[in-house]
Write a protein that binds this ligand. Structure first.
Ligand code: SF4
Ligand code: SF4
Length: 150
């Protein structure tokens, strides 16, 4: 069987099979979650509070930008006790873009780092490669090829 040629091919195969399992693992990572006015409006509506109250309670300014989580501000963001995002349907674009964002796929090491944490990517890996994900760190080019999604 031919091998995957490169990381781009693995990315396309895995993302075509990806479904978020709502584990909240990506929300626990140390990072910055920047938001737009539209994000804020959606989340405020979901929580049933006014935009100004939302900003006062959940938003921090960072220069010209606004954020709802950072290593020093609201580390668990909107995760509840079950690790579920309380604003999931209205989560910011920044969150919705994961794991499609380029940062995840810059290098094979980056991709494996996210695969180790993300149940949705691990299930996609199982669907594509027909075996459980094992974080070996080896090149995707050594893997068997993806099945086209019907
Ligand atoms: S780690 Fe993956 S499966 Fe879990 S919430 Fe984040 S994107 Fe979804
Ligand atoms: S808004 Fe929801 S999905 Fe985004 S980081 Fe916060 S808890 Fe996670």
């Amino acid at each position: 069987m031919p091998e995957l040629e490169n990381l781009r091919e693995a990315r396309e195969a895995l993302l075509s099979h990806f479904t978020c399992q709502e584990t909240g693992k990506c929300c626990e990572a140390e990072g910055y979650v920047y938001v737009t006015d539209k994000d804020i409006s959606g989340m405020a509506g979901k929580l049933g509070v006014s935009v100004s109250d939302f900003r006062a309670q959940y938003v921090q300014k960072d220069g010209p930008w606004e954020l709802i989580a950072s290593p020093t501000f609201r580390r668990r963001c909107f995760l509840d006790d079950q690790n579920r995002c309380q604003v999931y349907e209205h989560r910011p674009k920044y969150c919705r873009d994961f794991p499609h964002c380029p940062e995840v796929w810059q290098t094979e090491a980056d991709a494996h780092s996210e695969l180790k944490k993300c149940k949705g990517l691990q299930l996609a890996y199982e669907a594509v490669f027909k075996r459980p994900y094992s974080p070996t760190g080896e090149s995707f080019a050594t893997e068997t090829p993806p099945e086209p999604r019907s």
